[in-house]
Design a binder for this molecule. Structure first.
Ligand code: IDP
Ligand code: MG
Length: 139
């Protein structure tokens, strides 16, 4: 079993995709261990995306991620990190395959609807940015 952090990004919340996206993970068989609706602070956004600091899109990414409410979830299941990333599709929604969240609902490479941790180390770091242990059903 593995845990991962998913963020339903501000564009998804604005487009009323919260239910649709959570349903995909529930239908797949994942368990939800934590869930909240919030506006991400600039510091937390910078921390979540620290690996991209210095890249040309970093400033706009932080602006986007703090532009409105998001839903953050901790989901658990077999191979959750890789399976979630497969379900999300490629970063650039133009290139993401049909059947993926980005492939089905997106047309941008910045406004791409969803974040998912990309490694066990990132998952652990990102989960602890958003949730205390008391806020998760299991640790
Ligand atoms: P990921 O979300 O698929 O893991 P990353 O490469 O980690 O993709 O990039 C983080 C986020 O930064 C992306 O989800 C997207 O919102 C934004 N981003 C990535 N590459 C670009 C780009 O070339 N232009 C604009 N935004 C980008
Ligand atoms: Mg990434």
């Amino acid at each position: 079993m593995q845990k991962t952090l998913v963020i339903i990004k501000p564009d998804s919340v604005k487009r009323r995709f919260i239910g649709k996206i959570i349903t995909r993970f529930e239908d797949k068989g994942f368990e939800i261990l934590g869930l909240k609706l919030l506006v991400i602070s600039e510091n937390v956004a910078r921390e979540n995306y620290s690996e991209h600091k210095g890249k040309e899109f970093f400033g706009k990414l932080i602006e986007f991620m703090t532009s409105g409410p998001v839903v953050v979830l901790v989901i658990e299941g077999t191979n959750a990190i890789e399976v979630t990333r497969t379900m999300m599709g490629e970063t650039d929604c133009h290139k993401a395959a049909p059947g993926t969240i980005r492939g089905d609902f997106g047309l941008s490479n910045r406004y791409n609807l969803i974040h998912g941790s990309d490694s066990p180390e990132s998952a652990e770091r990102e989960i602890s940015l958003f949730f205390s242990t008391e806020e998760l059903l299991k640790t």
